[in-house]
Design a protein around this ligand. Structure first.
Ligand SMILES: C[S@@+](CC[C@H](N)C(=O)[O-])C[C@H]1O[C@@H](n2cnc3c(N)ncnc32)[C@H](O)[C@@H]1O
Length: 314
């Protein structure tokens, strides 16, 4: 079954933290089904603009069918291309806020044909952008046991990664591994069920992250935002697991902590390097939201603000 509904996570908090300006230019890096995008457009005036990215063509098709707003520009692309695309439009340093709501949407998860879900049988695909790259099934066929184990451990923090990889390779001796339920059953044969978590949760997460190069995309894009954001513009990132959140946290920390430079460097007379970001902290979904939207239970919203270009004096 496929549905087009996606309940936006931490909607009110993220829209509030963007500190939207009537005539500002904003980026929604992850359009999905446009919940956050509508919230942003709602607060923009006639001269405001929203540039929305999604690498999944079904999100863009949905937007083309349901959104009729001249202030909205849709871009079918990975968000890691935003620097290039926006610099071509002369928008470096002119963006008033960027929202990133990471991971997959409910329509992607709910459509068995996309291969993200261990609950419904479908082709083992897992690509957000189905027009390029390798499907999960193709990768699991060509990768060796060690490679598979490493991915499941690194991106899923799954302690049984080596047993799972071995079981996958053993299964493939007799049968091609092509469907989500085949993979879910293989994992279930070696991982004990936990209270409310399906045994294959971590493995599916890890393979999805790897197939879509999610962490690389995130790290590269965060760096690009520094060139894109105008002074005092906000960056809001909603992440859904600790590996993602760690990347966002470390990025904000790296650019928000002042460093003492060696004395006598000609580039600064103050001896203190200016910071590019101000760390405005993090927040979580409230219990009411968690009670109606389970997906929000693991959400972390981090907020940072681009600093103005002033030098700090000693
Ligand atoms: C959690 S959903 C966003 C939901 C959206 N905020 C809403 O309210 O409807 C994430 C979306 O981002 C897209 N996405 C994830 N990683 C991406 C990337 N690297 N580049 C572009 N789009 C990406 C996915 O295809 C998915 O549609």
């Amino acid at each position: 079954m496929s549905s087009n509904h996606h309940q936006s996570v931490m909607f009110k908090e993220s829209i509030k933290e963007l500190k939207l300006k009537h005539d500002g230019i904003y980026i929604d890096a992850t359009f999905g089904r446009g919940g956050h995008a509508l919230g942003i457009l709602d607060k923009l005036g006639e001269q405001g603009r929203l540039i929305a990215f999604d690498q999944d063509i079904s999100a863009i098709e949905y937007a083309n069918q349901h959104m009729n707003d001249t202030r909205l520009t849709l871009v079918h692309s990975a968000f890691a291309n935003m620097h290039q695309i926006l610099s071509e439009q002369g928008l470096l340093g002119k963006i008033d806020g960027i929202l990133m709501d990471l991971g997959v949407s409910s329509p992607q998860l709910d459509n068995a044909q996309r291969g993200f879900s261990f609950n419904a049988d479908g082709p083992l695909d897992m690509r957000m952008n189905q027009t390029r790259g390798m499907s999960a099934a193709q990768w699991l066929t060509q990768a060796d046991e060690v490679e598979i184990a490493d991915v499941i451990y690194a991106f899923g923090e799954e302690r049984k990664s080596r047993y799972i990889a071995r079981a996958i390779k053993k299964f493939q001796i007799d049968t091609p591994l092509e469907t989500t339920l085949q993979l879910a059953n293989i994992v279930s044969s070696v991982v004990r069920p936990q209270k409310k978590k399906h045994p294959a949760t971590r493995t599916f997460q890890a393979i999805r992250i790897f197939i879509n190069q999610e962490l690389k995309q995130l790290s590269e894009t965060l760096e690009q935002t520094l060139d894109l954001l105008a002074p005092e513009a906000r960056l809001c990132v909603i992440s859904f697991h600790s590996i993602e959140d760690r990347i966002v946290k470390q990025f904000v920390r790296k650019y928000s902590q002042q460093k003492q430079l060696p004395k006598g460097l000609p580039i600064m007379d103050s001896g203190i390097q200016q910071t590019l970001l101000q760390d405005l902290g993090k927040s979580f979904a409230n219990p009411e939201e968690i009670s109606v939207n389970r997906r929000s239970r693991s959400a972390i919203l981090r907020i940072a603000q681009r600093t103005t270009k002033t030098h700090e004096k000693c």
